[in-house]
Design a protein around this ligand. Structure first.
Ligand code: HEC
Length: 381
């Protein structure tokens, strides 16, 4: 009898701990579903100034923002690292998402509605960056567009929402149909450029499909009127996709491959538009992210971090001006007092100085100055 009760207690403990372990790990899909549900619930307000600022909606909007905040707060960071590897982008996007939603709520409470809406729109970038980081996770094309009120959004915003909710095919459909037939902003080359680049990040990063990329570029050629620099870039992107299609499968060393893709763009000497290598840069970023997910030496990791900083500096349209610095800093911390750390510090310092300079001079805040001194020493200067 005693043995039996011991057995019962034992199984009880085991079942409890395994349940706990599961909870601690966090159920990723559930968390993400919750995040998407609270976000899509809020979106109709985020893209409609009138609805957002209407005093009679105040409590409802605040409630929805708080739910979105709670969902962002619950993203299990450790599970994220398990899924995606030790990549600074993972923590950065989770923390920034949470911080920006919190800041949107306090701006809203202070009556700064414009800024609050701006922050909420910006949070979609974090979903975008993480989901298109590389090809991991399911596609969700069963979600009905009708469930998401996209009436007040432009094409880029709509496709961003689709990527945020992992509906890649729908995102592409929206962008492509607008580019090929769209009347909205069809005269606006900048808008077209953004739409094309967004499409490219989906096919290159989230789908890793040179076939789809090649087809897209071919579809555009000749059918869409573009400024000359963009048509030229289109030709160059076609070449990148052709090279990619011609590659042998077993290309084991992603770091070397990424370096080649980044360095083959001899912009300095040819004076070509750096965007002509946009596809290569996107591809390099994916290869580097994959490398971070592997078990590699500290030296290799620092080098991968360095190149991620470089490539995100080149992909300046990615919506994250802070990403290069995040990577350069991680590189210094990964391998302090080394040649690599020095190279990373030099890039970091340059970014900060440029970032805080304007026609009136350079004004670096005290905190940032302190950080520079600390990182400089850590790098071994
Ligand atoms: C830290 C990176 C990261 C961030 C930030 C992120 N996601 Fe995800 N999300 C993922 C990954 C990885 C998956 C796929 C996981 C898997 O199933 O393997 C995923 C899956 C999803 C899914 C599918 C869930 C399922 O049922 O399997 C939805 C929906 C989703 N995310 C919505 C969002 C929304 C909305 C945001 C922004 C508000 C967001 N995510 C931000 C990494 C992220």
């Amino acid at each position: 009898m005693k043995q039996l009760s011991m057995f019962i207690i034992f199984t009880f403990i085991v079942s409890c701990t395994s349940k706990n372990a599961k909870n601690e790990n966090g159920n990723w899909p559930d968390n993400m579903q919750k995040l998407a549900a609270t976000l899509t619930d809020l979106l109709p307000f985020v893209y409609n100034q009138e609805k957002f600022e209407d005093p009679s909606n105040k409590e409802a909007v605040k409630g929805k923002m708080k739910k979105f905040f709670e969902a962002s707060h619950k993203i299990p960071k450790e599970r994220a690292v398990e899924l995606l590897g030790k990549d600074p982008l993972v923590n950065m996007s989770i923390e920034s998402l949470e911080r920006e939603v919190a800041s949107a709520i306090s701006s809203f409470e202070r009556g700064n509605y414009r800024y609050s809406r701006h922050l909420l729109q910006h949070t979609l970038n974090y979903c975008f960056a993480c989901h298109t980081r590389n090809q991991i996770g399911p596609k969700y094309d069963y979600w009905d567009l009708k469930n998401i009120d996209t009436g007040d959004m432009n094409v880029i915003q709509k496709s961003q929402v689709m990527v945020a909710t992992r509906q890649f095919d729908k995102a592409k459909e929206i962008l492509q149909s607008n580019l090929l037939t769209g009347t909205q902003s069809s005269e606006n080359p900048y808008f077209k450029e953004q739409a094309i680049k967004q499409y490219l990040s989906i096919v290159v990063r989230a789908e890793e499909s040179p076939q789809n990329g090649y087809k897209f570029v071919k579809d555009l050629m000749g059918k869409v009127t573009l400024p000359i620099y963009l048509s030229r870039n289109l030709k160059s992107w076609e070449d990148s996709f052709l090279d990619w299609l011609g590659e042998k499968k077993a290309n084991k060393n992603s770091l070397n491959h990424a370096k080649k893709l980044i360095e083959s763009a001899d912009i300095i000497h040819t004076g070509a538009d750096s965007d002509s290598k946009y596809v290569d840069y996107l591809r390099a970023s994916t290869l580097l992210h994959q490398e971070l997910g592997k078990n590699i030496t500290k030296k290799n990791r620092a080098e991968v971090l360095y190149y991620l900083g470089v490539v995100y500096g080149l992909l300046s349209d990615s919506g994250f001006w802070e990403l290069p610095d995040v990577y350069f800093e991680s590189c210094i911390r990964e391998l302090p007092k080394s040649q690599l750390a020095k190279a990373c510090y030099s890039r970091y310092e340059q970014d900060i100085i440029v970032g805080y300079s304007g026609s009136a001079g350079t004004f670096i805040p005290t905190d940032e100055r302190k950080k520079l001194t600390m990182l400089k020493e850590l790098a071994g200067y």
